[in-house]
Design a protein around this ligand. Structure first.
Ligand code: SAM
Length: 296
C-alpha cells in the first residue's frame, strides 16, 4: 500500500501474538480446523444454503476434498452418507481426522487418505465430490478444477462451498493475528510485509514468504477467475450462489447488485456455494451465469 517498510510498521502495530504457534505445536494439538461442535452447528446452515442440491444418501459414494480435521466428512455421515473418503495433504489433519472418526461412533464406511489432490489416484470414482472451505486454499485452482473431474462417476456432481475469497474484505485468512481488522488488508498491503508479520507474530516456524507457500495453502483466486476456470474445465452449474457482503436488510439489495458487477464482484463476494456437473460430454461449455443467483 505505502511500500513494504511502511506497510510492515503499520501491520506490526496492529498484530496480536496471542495465537502464535510453531508447526510442532500445531502438529501436537491438531490446530485450526473446525471442531465437532463447530461443524455440528455449521453443517445444517451450509446444507440449507444448497437448497437440497447436496444429496445425502446411503447409496452414494462421497469424496471430501481438503477434509482437514474430517469433521465435515463425519458430519455428512451423521446426515445419512454411508460411504465417504476424506483426503488432505497435511499429515497432522489426516491423523486428527482418523482420531476423530475413531471417537465418533459412526456407523459408516469412512476412510481418510493423506495425499495431494493434484496427484492423488483415487481407488474408485465418486457420485458426489464435496469440498468445504478448501478451494481458496488449493494451489492452482484452475488446474484443480480440471483434475477434479477424474474423481467423478458418470452423472455425479461436485458440491463446493468456499471462501472467504482472498480479494474480499476479510479474505486474507489472518483475522486471528490482528487486534484490529482492516478490510481488504490482503489486497492492500504488500505481500512481503504481511508474510513477515505473519512469521513474527503467528507462525514463527512456517517459512512461507508467499501466500501460496503457507502450510495448507492460500491461493489468490478471484470470483471471476473461479467462473472462468469452471467454464474452461467443462463444468456447468446446477446451482450457484454467493453471499452478499453487507448483511443489513437495508443494504442487502445494494450488496446483491454490487456483487453482480464485473470487477467489483471480485472485491465483494465472500463465499461461493456451487453445485456443478460435467457438461454432456465435457465439450459443452456452460455460460458463467447459468443458474447464478445472488443471495444474502
Ligand atoms: C481450511 S481447511 C478446510 C478443512 C475442512 N474441509 C473444513 O471445512 O473444516 C482447507 C484444507 O485444504 C487442504 N488442502 C489444500 N491444498 C490441498 C491439496 N492440494 N491436496 C489436499 N488437501 C489440500 C489443507 O491442508 C486444509 O486442510
Amino acid at each position: 500500500m505505502l511500500g513494504e517498510k511502511v506497510d510492515y510498521w503499520i501491520l506490526k502495530a496492529l498484530a496480536d501474538g496471542r495465537h502464535r504457534a510453531t508447526e510442532e505445536e500445531l502438529d501436537q494439538d491438531g490446530c485450526s480446523s473446525l471442531t465437532a461442535e463447530q461443524m455440528g452447528a455449521k453443517l445444517p446452515r451450509v446444507l440449507e444454503r444448497f437448497e437440497g442440491h447436496l444429496p445425502l444418501s446411503p447409496d452414494l459414494h462421497y469424496l471430501d476434498m481438503g477434509c482437514g480435521s474430517g469433521e465435515l466428512t463425519l458430519g455428512l455421515a451423521r446426515h445419512g452418507a454411508k460411504h465417504i473418503v476424506g483426503v488432505d495433504y497435511l499429515p497432522r489433519f489426516v491423523e486428527l481426522a482418523r482420531r476423530n472418526a475413531q471417537n465418533a461412533s459412526i456407523h459408516a464406511d469412512v476412510a481418510f487418505e493423506c495425499a495431494d489432490l493434484h496427484t492423488w489416484n483415487p481407488p474408485r470414482k465418486f457420485d458426489v465430490v464435496v469440498s468445504f472451505d478448501a478451494l481458496e486454499h488449493i494451489d492452482d485452482p484452475g488446474g484443480f478444477l480440471k483434475t477434479m473431474s477424474r474423481f467423478l462417476a458418470p452423472g455425479g456432481k461436485a458440491v463446493l462451498s468456499f471462501g472467504p475469497l482472498f480479494h474480499s474484505p476479510f479474505g486474507d485468512h489472518m483475522y486471528e493475528f490482528f487486534k484490529v481488522q482492516l478490510p481488504w488488508r490482503g489486497a492492500l498491503f504488500s505481500e512481503n510485509a504481511m508474510m513477515r508479520v505473519r512469521r513474527e507474530f503467528y507462525r514463527p516456524t512456517d517459512p512461507a514468504t508467499r501466500y501460496q507457500e503457507i502450510a495448507g495453502g492460500l491461493n489468490l483466486m478471484r470470483y471471476s477467475e473461479f467462473l472462468r476456470y469452471a467454464r474452461e474445465a467443462g463444468w456447468e452449474f446446477e446451482f450457484l450462489q454467493t453471499n452478499a457482503f453487507l448483511k443489513r436488510r437495508a443494504l442487502r439489495r445494494f450488496s446483491i447488485s454490487a456483487c453482480s458487477l464485473p470487477v467489483v464482484q471480485d472485491y465483494l463476494v465472500h463465499n461461493v456455494y456451487a453445485v456443478m456437473r460435467r457438461s454432456a460430454d465435457a465439450e459443452t461449455v456452460a455460460g458463467p451465469a447459468a443458474g447464478e443467483k445472488l443471495a444474502a
